[in-house]
Design a protein around this ligand. Structure first.
Ligand code: MN
Length: 350
């Protein structure tokens, strides 16, 4: 057999026997459920209903992401996903997650009995899975849970409806980043979903989020007002907008900047700084925008700053222009420092 299935071959083939014992099941996704999670949840619920027509299924998760909500509205607006579970269910299925923690705080009171819990997932194996579920269908070589659900349909000899095909293909598109991370198996499943009636263009479009008009205008204004600072090989840009400073930063990176720092001032006494850098900038310079830049600017603007290496910000009350200038100077000296260490180690090496 060329298919690698670390867990669950038996369960895949005996799924009907397993789920038919229970006339009521709860299908859970992880918190802030993404399109792969919700599409898998809905498709699995339909599969259960085919295997056990008398059965009742309830879907729930802590919350559904904005994008996943848009996908549901595109393909199955009648699907109900609860954000709270108040009763116990004789059988529980965890989808696109293998950890209790990932279910989120809203689901913390859901009772899980391993003998009546099934996990269907493609994340890295959880070593404590046995304490969670006695039934596991998992394969971390898969780029999405939707692929695993597709195979469950196939292995149980069930036809896929057009709606389910659209959902599964959309979940795959999302988790593979539009097939950037996909193997032969994933692509062949995608073809079979198209044969089953999935509409590729509709699936792709269901994942597009159109920014609000005001956000797009802020991004365009940031581009019109930007200052370019060429520091060694790096392109650092700064700009001012009234709002949407984080989105403006992302837009400026898309245009070609290595680092973008944008100062927002939504009202007279509020200053918000946002910054983003490319992955390459962080890897090659070691500069952390949170620690090396924003933490220092907090004081200048009368507030506080911090964040991640590639994405950081600061909130305060004043000195927006001064803070942007200071940000560039901080970057200039940090880049010089890293160049210095590079040269020192080059000399040592030779
Ligand atoms: Mn997933």
């Amino acid at each position: 057999m060329d298919r690698k299935t670390p867990f669950g071959d038996e369960i895949r083939l005996n799924l009907k026997a397993l789920v038919s014992e229970h006339n009521q099941i709860l299908v859970l996704g992880h918190h802030n459920a993404d399109p792969d999670a919700v599409c898998s949840m809905i498709a699995f619920s339909n599969l259960y209903q085919e295997l056990n027509p008398r059965g009742q299924v309830v879907m729930a998760c802590d919350d559904v992401s904005r994008l996943a909500r848009q996908v549901i509205d595109s393909f199955d607006s009648s699907a109900k996903i609860l954000e709270e579970v108040t009763e116990d269910y004789p059988f529980v299925v965890l989808i696109d997650t293998n950890s209790r923690f990932q279910l989120g705080v809203g689901m913390k009171d859901v009772l899980l009995h391993p003998p009546t819990t099934l996990v269907i997932d493609h994340h890295e194996p959880n070593p404590e899975i046995a304490f969670l579920a006695a039934h596991v269908i998992a394969d971390s070589d898969r780029s999405s849970t939707c692929e695993i659900i597709y195979e469950l349909y196939e292995q149980n000899g069930l036809d896929i409806s057009e709606k389910t095909a659209n959902l599964l293909l959309t979940g795959m598109l999302f988790d593979t980043r539009r097939f950037l991370y996909a193997d032969k198996r994933a692509l062949s499943i995608a073809l079979k979903l198209l044969d089953a009636g999935a509409d590729y263009e509709r699936c792709v479009n269901s994942l597009r989020i159109q920014q609000d008009r005001s956000e797009r205008i802020a991004r365009l204004k940031a581009a019109r007002r930007l200052e370019i600072h060429q520091i060694e090989e790096w392109i650092v840009v700064t700009a001012k907008v009234s709002a949407f400073e984080a989105s403006a930063c992302r837009g400026l990176l898309d245009l070609g900047a290595d680092v973008a720092i944008v100062g927002g001032q939504p009202s007279k006494d509020v200053v918000r700084l946002s910054s983003r850098s490319t992955h390459r900038f962080h890897v090659e310079t070691g500069i952390n925008l949170g620690k090396d830049v924003m933490e220092h600017l907090g004081e200048t603007i009368g507030g506080e700053g911090g964040g991640h290496p590639n994405a950081a910000g600061a909130n305060g009350k004043r000195n927006r222009t001064k803070a942007l200038e200071q940000a560039v100077e901080l970057l200039r000296s940090a880049i010089a420092r890293c160049k210095g260490t590079e040269e020192a180690s080059d000399t040592r090496g030779s």
